[in-house]
Write a protein that binds this ligand. Structure first.
Ligand code: IPM
Ligand code: MN
Length: 359
């Protein structure tokens, strides 16, 4: 297969971790005879620094005309906590999601057996947990009208959803559940929010097309508690944009490190793959950032194109790295391995190179 992949490494640790994901894809290409052509482009703070625009036209055009986008991380502390700043790196990512129509963000959560102790939660609670969050990605308060009065004393972010926006992601969530344990949990705040009541109504209607899938509802405050108390109860969690953002960071604690979590953002025509962690500026250039989330995002890219045995090879390589403790210090505080070594192990494993013994 030939795939053209736009690579937006972004800010902070983005370039270091994405490099390891590219190495894994090159290795897969070599072993399974695929050609992956990468084309780099600017987005985020690096793009603002060079062009004044967090999502330059050229980047957007490239992404619209490639098979997939591999994205690293976004954000720079110089833009945080400064209300005077008008152009922010995050606007680049939000605009890209909107322009590519990436309405569904899929975030799988599953702890590795060898890492049960890496989580601050008790092993007996998280063992066997395996769920996927379907987060709506192009609606809600993120994209509603924003207002700030002239005096700077009153602000609002409108949260809006249409039946159509809810319907399309709901179908994806139910289809995914059909291939899993056949349960969808809708998370909302229907006791307070009108948008949540619309979500419930639409999700109920769509669910009638999937009689083999059970549907239940949880209020988001309770869901936040249940994810920690009893994560095994979940199979597919379906929720709106802001709730999904918050719950997925919370759920990452189950796996031991946010540095392990990958995601796919899908639309009708386009697809983007990214780790769920941020740009972690304090770690930039230090070879300490965990590349596994990016490498697993590359595996999700392979799956998206039906390359299942290739994706499984990447999953297997990551499992081996974890089993042999070739991991970064977020997972093992006294580890002597860094970003590069983990990435090197994974690509060597894919290539079945003998120097694996070096580890
Ligand atoms: C994420 C991130 C983004 C979001 C930020 C960087 C805009 O936190 O992908 O979860 O809030 O969606
Ligand atoms: Mn987030």
């Amino acid at each position: 297969m030939n795939l053209k992949i736009a690579v937006l490494s972004g800010d902070g640790i983005g370039p270091e971790v994405i490099l390891q994901a590219k190495k894994a894809l090159y290795a897969i290409g070599e072993v399974y005879n695929h050609e992956f052509v990468f084309e780099d482009a600017l987005m985020g703070a690096v793009a603002i620094d060079k062009t004044g625009n967090p999502l330059p036209e050229q980047t957007l055009n490239l992404c619209l005309n490639t098979d997939a986008v591999l994205f690293g991380a976004i954000g720079d502390p110089k833009y945080d906590n400064n209300p005077e700043v008008k152009v922010r790196p995050e606007q680049g990512l939000l605009k890209l999601r909107k322009e590519l129509g990436l309405f569904a963000n899929i975030r799988p959560i599953k702890p590795y057996k060898a890492l049960l102790d890496a989580s601050p939660l008790k092993g007996e609670i998280i063992e066997g947990a395996d769920f996927t969050i379907f987060r709506e990605l192009t609606g809600g308060a993120y994209f509603g009208e924003k207002k700030l009065n002239e005096a700077g004393t009153h602000a609002s972010d409108l949260c809006e959803y249409s039946e159509e926006e809810i319907t399309r992601i709901t179908h994806l969530a139910f289809k995914a559940a059909q291939n899993r344990r056949k349960k969808v949990t809708m998370v909302d705040k229907a006791n307070v929010l009108e948008t949540s009541r619309l979500w419930r109504k639409v999700v109920k209607t769509v669910s009638e097309n999937y009689p083999d899938v059970a549907l239940d509802f949880l209020f988001v405050d309770n869901a936040a508690m249940q994810i920690i108390l009893n994560p095994r109860q979940f199979d597919v969690i379906l929720t709106e944009n802001l709730f999904g953002d918050i719950l997925s960071d919370e759920a990452s604690v189950i796996t031991g490190s946010i540095g392990l979590l990958a995601s796919a953002s899908l639309g009708e025509k386009n697809a983007l793959f990214e780790p769920i962690h941020g740009s972690y500026p304090q770690a930039k250039g230090k070879n300490i950032a965990n590349p596994i989330a990016s490498i697993l995002s590359a595996a999700m890219l392979l799956e998206h194109f039906g390359l299942f045995k290739e994706a499984n090879k990447v999953y297997e390589a990551v499992e081996k790295a974890i089993e042999y403790q070739v991991v970064t210090t977020d997972l093992k505080s006294d580890s002597k391995f860094g970003t590069n070594e983990v990435g090197e192990f994974v690509s060597n494993f894919i290539l079945s190179k003998d120097d694996l013994l070096y580890f």
